[in-house]
Design a protein around this ligand. Sequence first.
Ligand SMILES: [Zn+2]
Length: 154
Amino acid sequence: MSETSCLKCRNAFPPHELFAVPGGRICGPCQVDSEEVAEQGSLKGNPLMIAAAIGAGVPMVFSMHSSSSQTVNGVVTHFEYRDWPAVIGGATALIFGLLLVIQVVRKKLSPSKLGYVALGLVLLAGGRHVARGLGAFATPPAASGADTLSDNQP
Ligand SMILES: [Zn+2]
């Protein structure tokens, strides 16, 4: 019986209608079901993942940074760099990415290996965007006395 019955629904099927899976064979309808479950648990098409990816992606193509610096006697006394799309996009990626991490921890999601990689990249990119947007990678202009808009886009 085990050779010709579905592992999941236990119904008997002709051998050519069964698909080999680890541990036995399952029928067509059951295979479709398990694929749908896998799809639900994956990050592909997950609204949170889409939001996180947009947050991580937007600052890569859309940058609106401004920097201001004040130079007194050739010494930079004040330097500020802000890139709000990077800050907002990066924060969005971090927030939604962390929400996904929580769901994975609570076993509501079971991402594929690729899903884990994508989630990791989104979180990394998000963190980097926020840091860049707040000026972590910006360097003050050379103390030449002239106020210049520096473009330190990596
Ligand atoms: Zn079945």
